[in-house]
Design a protein around this ligand. Structure first.
Ligand code: ADP
Ligand code: MG
Length: 638
């Protein structure tokens, strides 16, 4: 066996590289560190220029306090900072930076020039080239500081090899600038990429003006976070403010949730649960709101010295802080009028579940479809549900001792509809597509026999003869499933269709950058964008998207595509989601008369889909009553 490697003391140069690994992994992190320094310097305006996603150049200029010429060489030292004097300061950090490492680290892996002119002094500059410090030089400039970082990682081929494409990096940089701009309305920001202005927003007094500058018209979809009356009396000095989306606006990803703590953008992950709880059941499963939430609290109640990039923080009273956020969100939403309770939706009849396996087993003498007490109880529960459409409450509830069983042993049971799903169902049918007008499906692909519609019950259920069984089919659930399978698998619906009238779309700086970064994926999906005299529009989109649905869909999509990698998976996911929404919207609803031809067509189609037993929400489409069971019930079995 070879000798174990010896431990050795690293020289300062090597230590410099290691630190660089912590905070300077990619151009966007350099931008973040430089912007934070400018904010800490009390700047009123910060100008950021990048070239080729920051790989060729990152330049950040400000009009802040500047650096004293004697300190300029020191700024390049590791662990040299003006923001801390001793360890006690660490407990109550009020600046974004405090480690004194960023400039040293950046200088190790690039060619950096720092020029600075404090008030009433002359301007000076100092360079650092891949770790080698230059001499102080006089330079003429306005008050403030400018830091230029060129050829990042050029001499670190190993790191360069793992970098993302310039467009992806540019998009990330826009995210960073937007985040800091959200947190600092009183500072003007200008960002340009390869000479094109991406963002140019003035300093404003009112944070809501900043919101509009950053989000454009999409800001009007947000409501101001309000606090319950007794919030001031609740223990604790932390205070939340900001904006959240109403439940009808949501995203497939949580990336449009921004959390700012004492004006420091931090990772949103630890807050997502509390936010979701605040929305209660008003968000559909897997959907996320849009939110910009600012937390103010005493500096000694939050520890920012947890993570090298300072994205993670620790609270002294995290439970209390989250609880307060949840209360505020719930309170804010309570004041938003709920959607009108239109009829025509499907009430969550949770009682219609088949007997469980054990129940069936323990009652040898009872047929498996025999009624069980619990289903009666849940039926009562369902009736009491305030969301149940009025028409349903008055309908007689069958007391027939026949319980339901779904086809095959699969038991497609799902929890009650969320209110958002319910909302979707409520509007289902507004643009109902007649089942017999829809495109034919392919061959018969499941083992369902030929079926004959006998009649429609309560304008909601189709009574069906299916060989030796009576089927009771939920017409909406079945149509929804059929439409889903058709939408999902019909390639022609996904082909790109040129739009005669281009569809205008509002895209803010972040979304534009993402669009540029994801151009190939977007065109793969069939989207073509054009810029007509400063206004963006969509000139082609997948066939199945109506003009009205293109905009919200693209906004959602741009978030999805922001994930590094996983793009294909996301295209599939996107198709799924779209098919899901559209299948529900166009399906016949309950309480809707069907012609015999329509019923026949639904049953024909039912044989041509792979999953005929469950609707897209996972609830059953049909219940079966075997002839045997009926005979047994009526004593025809001797
Ligand atoms: P930190 O921000 O953690 O102190 P940095 O390496 O980022 O460490 O910066 C080192 C020091 O350089 C800062 O403490 C600050 O005094 C000075 N400095 C850096 N950038 C600026 C700037 N834009 N304006 C004024 N001072 C700056
Ligand atoms: Mg710093």
């Amino acid at each position: 066996m070879a000798e174990p490697l010896r431990i050795q003391q690293l020289d300062d140069r090597t230590i410099g590289y290691i630190a660089a690994g912590e905070v300077v992994e990619r151009p966007a992190q350099v931008v973040k560190e430089l912007i934070e320094n400018s904010i800490d310097a009390g700047s009123n305006r910060i100008i950021i220029e990048i070239e080729r996603g920051g790989f060729d150049l990152i330049s950040v200029g400000d009009d802040g306090s500047g650096i004293h010429s004697d300190d300029l060489p020191l700024a390049l030292n590791r662990h040299a900072t003006s923001k801390l004097t001793n360890e006690n300061d660490l407990a109550k950090i009020s600046t974004l930076g405090f480690r004194g490492e960023a400039l040293a680290s950046i200088g190790m892996v690039s060619q950096m020039v720092i020029s600075s002119r404090p008030k009433d002094q002359a301007g000076n500059s100092i360079a650092m080239k891949d770790g080698h410090r230059g001499e102080l030089e006089a330079c003429g400039m306005a008050e403030g500081t400018r830091i230029e970082v060129s050829y990042l990682f050029k001499n670190q081929p190993a790191r360069l090899a793992f970098q993302r494409r310039p467009a992806t990096e540019a998009s990330k940089i826009v995210d960073i600038v937007v985040e800091h701009a959200m947190a600092n309305a009183n500072i003007g920001f200008k960002l340009s990429n390869d000479g094109r202005i991406v963002l140019d927003i003035p300093a404003v007094e009112d944070a809501s003006d900043r919101l509009f500058d950053l989000l454009g018209g999409q800001a009007s979809n947000l409501v101001t976070l309000e606090k319950p009356d007794d919030d001031e009396q609740a223990p604790g000095d932390e205070r939340w403010s900001g904006w959240i989306s109403t439940p009808d606006i949501s995203r497939g990803r949580g990336d449009d949730i921004h959390i700012l703590i004492n004006s420091r953008p931090v990772a949103a992950q630890p807050f997502l649960k509390a936010i979701r709880r605040g929305y209660k059941t008003r968000l559909m499963q897997g959907r996320h709101p849009v939110a910009i939430l600012n937390l103010r609290l005493p500096n000694d109640e939050v520890d920012v010295n947890v993570h090298p990039t300072k994205r993670e923080v620790r609270f002294k009273h995290s439970w209390r802080v989250l609880e307060r956020l949840e209360r505020a969100i719930a309170h804010t939403l309570a004041n938003i009028p709920t959607q009108p309770e239109a009829s025509g939706g499907i009430a969550p009849i949770t009682g219609l579940a088949p007997a469980t396996a054990s129940q069936t087993h323990n009652n040898e003498n009872r047929p498996s479809w025999a009624i069980n007490a619990s289903s009666q109880l849940s039926l009562e529960g369902a009736k009491a549900e305030t969301h149940a459409p009025v028409a349903r409450v008055n309908r007689p509830v069958s007391t027939s001792p026949i319980n339901q069983q779904t086809l095959t042993g699969e038991s497609p049971i799902a929890p009650a509809l969320s209110s958002a799903e319910r909302e979707l169902h409520r509007h289902a049918g507004q643009d109902t597509e007649r089942p017999d007008q829809e495109d034919p499906l392919g061959a018969i692909i499941n083992d369902l026999p030929e079926m004959e519609p006998l009649s429609q019950f309560a304008d909601s259920y189709i009574m069906v003869q299916s060989e030796n069984e009576l089927l009771i089919v939920d017409q909406h659930a079945l149509h929804e499933r059929i439409r889903y399978e058709r939408l999902r698998n019909d390639d022609s619906l996904w082909t790109s269709q040129p739009r005669i009238t281009p569809i205008p779309i509002e895209l803010n700086a972040r979304q534009l950058a993402k669009m540029a970064a994801a151009e190939d994926v977007l065109s793969e999906l069939g989207f073509i964008f054009a810029n007509n005299s400063q206004k963006w529009c969509i000139t082609a989109a997948p066939n199945l998207l109506t003009s009205a649905s293109v905009g919200p869909f693209v906004h959602d999509l741009l978030l999805d595509l922001s994930q590094d990698g996983g793009v294909l998976e996301s295209v599939e996911k996107v198709k799924d989601e779209l098919a899901f929404m559209r299948s529900c919207r166009g399906a016949v609803k309950a309480n809707e008369k069907l012609s015999l031809a329509e019923m026949r067509r639904l049953l024909e189609d039912m044989r041509r889909i792979p999953n005929p037993w469950a609707c897209v929400h996972g609830r059953p489409t049909a219940m079966r009553i075997p002839l045997d069971a009926l005979d047994h019930h009526f004593g025809r079995h001797g």
